[in-house]
Design a binder for this molecule. Structure first.
Ligand code: SAH
Ligand code: SF4
Length: 436
């Protein structure tokens, strides 16, 4: 047992990491450990890490450097978890000898055991398990009571040439549909209204027991009373089928919102990235989505400065941005990642060119977002209130289309679905007042 011990858990990276941290917090709470509000007060400092881009690794390394003093002052034990732990173990041991434990992405269930044994010797735990490993989440470990992440698969078999995920997370492993449904029902019983199904490549989900796919899974979840909004991410344009698009329309509980990473608008670059689709394929899928759900909001990921990317290639990405008019774009400068195929090609686009392309892309996208958000002015829309806003006396939530909505109300607003009249907007959020 870890009775009486305190822990501080910091998470870097994607929604999958946030969900993993919820699992880990659950395990620690079940052992009697308690969360500490700051590093200085904790017996265990745990950092869940992200390796997807060079910048995320650098950010973690510099955080680790800053933790040394707090760790030594109290004699806390320092634990590195997640994707960096999985693929940088030797470098971590060499560069940060004061790290007490390194736990990769497949060993989380044993964390309490590792912590109990920590005083005896240093450990690196980065082995892999076959199949799905069930890790329940306690209610108090959830980030939100009304909106929950539910992991449905882990890992990826796609091997996009730039991406470290298949190495950091391993091959695809699918969670049984029965166990996903059980979690969703329990969440609904506790008042949860929104579920976001998570996986690196959710379109290839297959129930290991029945072979049912994402389409069937969505249909089953839509039947769960109490669940109002269903989202799923991340989809891959190659596997995102017309059947799935039609399934999205079959229940109004499935939000008209989709994250569909494009990466580049140039067919030549898409090929080098091993993405398995062309810009035309991508646009055809967007057309079908919009013909069935005219109000759908689409977001994407773009990489600029992939090796050999020319100004013409980049212009094609910019052109697609204009054509599709995404409601949100996550854009990144290419950085070579260990073990990937692209890391063997010369990273020949100068840093300054990458920065320049990123700035141009983000400026264009900012204008598009502002224009799109203006369409909601004076409309009354449904918002999932997630709690008080960090700014002023406002409340914060999200719309069905995944915009951040900050709104005022003369009275307190409980967590849940409310109607908000939109009175203002910026490129990154909507503002309004509680209606009715
Ligand atoms: N499974 C998702 C997300 C993978 S990682 C997908 O299939 O798209 C999230 C995003 O990080 C990617 O979509 C990509 O845009 C970006 N990314 C991944 N590797 C990168 C690299 N080496 N350099 C820059 N950006 C990268
Ligand atoms: Fe990485 Fe490609 Fe898999 Fe996404 S689909 S996780 S980008 S390899």
């Amino acid at each position: 047992m870890l009775e009486g011990k305190t822990y501080y858990l910091r998470t870097f990276g994607c929604q999958m990491n946030v969900n993993d941290s919820e699992h880990i917090a659950s395990l620690l709470l079940a052992e009697g450990a308690r969360p500490a509000s700051q590093v200085e007060d904790s017996d265990f400092i745990l950092v869940n890490t992200c390796a997807v881009r060079e910048k995320s690794v650098e950010k973690f390394f510099s955080y680790l450097g800053r933790l040394k003093e707090s760790k030594e002052k109290r004699g806390s034990l320092l634990v590195c978890l997640g994707c960096v732990a999985q693929i940088y173990r030797e470098e971590l041991l060499r560069k940060f000898p004061y790290l007490d434990l390194i736990v990769g992405t497949n060993q989380y269930s044993a964390i309490p055991f590792f912590l109990r044994n920590l005083l005896e010797e240093k450990r690196v735990q980065t082995g892999r398990k076959k199949g799905w490993l069930e890790l329940p989440i306690a209610r108090e470990a959830r980030e939100s009571q009304v909106s929950a992440y539910v992991t449905i698969m882990e890992g990826c078999n796609n091997f996009c040439s730039f991406c470290v995920v298949p190495f950091a997370r391993g091959r695809e492993k699918y969670r049984p549909l029965s166990s996903i449904l059980k979690e969703v029902k329990e969440l609904a019983d506790c008042g949860c209204l929104e579920v976001q199904l998570l996986g690196q490549n959710v379109n290839s989900y297959r129930d290991p027991e029945s072979g049912a796919g994402l389409k069937e899974l969505l249909a089953e979840i839509a039947e769960v009373p109490g669940i109002e909004w269903i989202r799923f991410l991340t989809s891959h344009p190659k596997n995102f089928s017309p059947e799935l698009i039609r399934a999205m329309v079959s229940s109004r509980k499935i939000c008209h919102q989709l994250h569909l990473p494009l990466q580049s608008g140039s067919n030549r670059i898409l090929k080098k990235m091993n993405r398995g689709y062309s810009r035309e394929d991508y646009l055809n899928k967007i057309d079908l989505l919009r013909s069935l759900m005219p109000d759908i909001s689409l977001s994407t990921d773009i990489i600029v400065g992939f090796p050999t990317e020319t100004e013409e290639d980049f212009a094609m990405t910019m052109e697609l941005l204009e054509k599709v008019r995404f409601s949100n774009v996550f854009s990144f400068r290419y950085s070579p990642r260990p073990l990937t195929a692209a890391s063997k090609i010369k990273d020949d686009v100068p840093d300054q060119t990458k920065i320049d392309r990123l700035i141009r892309l983000q400026a264009k996208q900012k204008d598009i977002q502002l224009e799109l958000n203006r369409n909601y002015l004076m409309k009354t829309i449904k918002v999932l209130c997630l709690g008080p806003s960090k700014k002023g006396n406002l409340f914060a939530g999200r719309s069905e289309w995944f915009q951040v909505v900050n709104f005022s109300s003369p009275n307190n607003v409980s967590l849940g679905l409310v109607q908000v009249k939109i009175t203002g907007c910026g490129p990154y959020s909507l503002h309004g007042e509680l209606s009715g």
